[in-house]
Design a protein around this ligand. Sequence first.
Ligand code: COA
Length: 408
Amino acid sequence: MVAKALEGIRVVDMTHVQAGPVCTQLLAWMGADVIKIEQPGKGDVTRSQLRDVPDVDSLYFTMLNSNKRSLELNMKAEEDKKVFENLLRSSDVLVENFGPGVLDRMGYTWERVQEINPRLIFASLKGFGPGPLQDAKAYENIAQATGGGMSTTGFPDGPPVVAGAQIGDSGNAVHLFGAICAALFQRTHTNRGQRVQISMRGGILNLCRVKIRDHQRLEHGPLNEYPQDEFGDFTPRAGNASGGGQPGWCLKTAGGGENDYLYLVIQPQVWKPLCKTIGREELIEDPEYATPEARLPHLVEIFAMIEEWTQTRSKWDAFKELNEAGVPCGPVYSTKDIVEDEGLWNEGMLAKVDHPERGEYTTVGCPFTLSDTPVEITRSPLLGEHNEEIRAELAGKSSELETANTAG
Ligand code: COA
């Protein structure tokens, strides 16, 4: 009986910055032994980026690299490449998100990796898939720009906007995690590794699926769920409209602060309780408003009426009252609201971790739970912290193999 979902799986982690490390952190939380390979004396560039405390690993690094071990290897030196190959022989997964061609230049093509260990799953995340852009480097917002995220985010009369949620990096890390787990499962049948590849742009497009739905719906007429009346030949920015099956909008609440807003969705079945809660019972049976179809041309006006009510209470009180009436809604949380939210701490979505150089810091927990795999967040490793330990383990493995060969 294994204690965690991925116990016994060893991951050679050649990831850096955000997308790759978030994926391997998920693998580590699921119980895999994740060994982060880092350039000697330098390590992942994020160790020293956005530092808030001098000479100490940044929050950028520590929050994305929990539960891993760190091994320094110079991938341009023959001696260290031997150690790396030994590691590949005793591992299950290799994950990397270097720029295009970097692993090939180091000598580790898919063919070579298969020769070293045919059971190894070789996973790569790049900016773009095969084609004209395949050699281009990419960062979060480039993926959002090229995958349909930016052109569909923001208000119709403003410029394209990037999402604050890091859907290109952390979002794609989750895609990559799922793909690696699927490959691990397939290996249980085939006993073979396979090549896993993901493009950040493709991952964004996957998250923009409904915007391509709307692009095609435009051929058959205007998008009545969107706030604008006139449409071109592409899905426009919808501001805060849900644009989906149920209309929604972001409403001002009392306080007038930057984040004193509540997002509210009008499901057909909540029309009556919603009208009652905001004191507009006369609209319940009014034929201009009584059905979802009748309401569509009045959405701006309807949300303005609801806002008159929400502006008279705090986002928390409005949320409570509307929730009691079964109306789906949610207060807009600032980051301060988030870190002070007791529920998120109780859920384990926020956790405190101790670090030998930084002291205690807050980190974000695992976004899913498995009843048989409790997640315990441990700190990120110092650069090269596990050099001796891992080299000794590998030496032990080599002599085990030698003994087995001699005995055979
Ligand atoms: N030992 C020796 N050299 C090492 C090393 C090690 N342990 N680890 C990395 N390097 C070297 C590589 O060999 C490479 O050098 P080379 O170009 O001479 O072959 C270099 O460090 C890393 O190259 P690259 O990954 O291209 O880094 P970059 O800083 O130029 O670009 C990105 C950074 C993020 C733009 C690029 O890695 C990328 O496009 N990645 C794919 C998409 C992605 O993940 N984007 C970011 C998401 S957060």
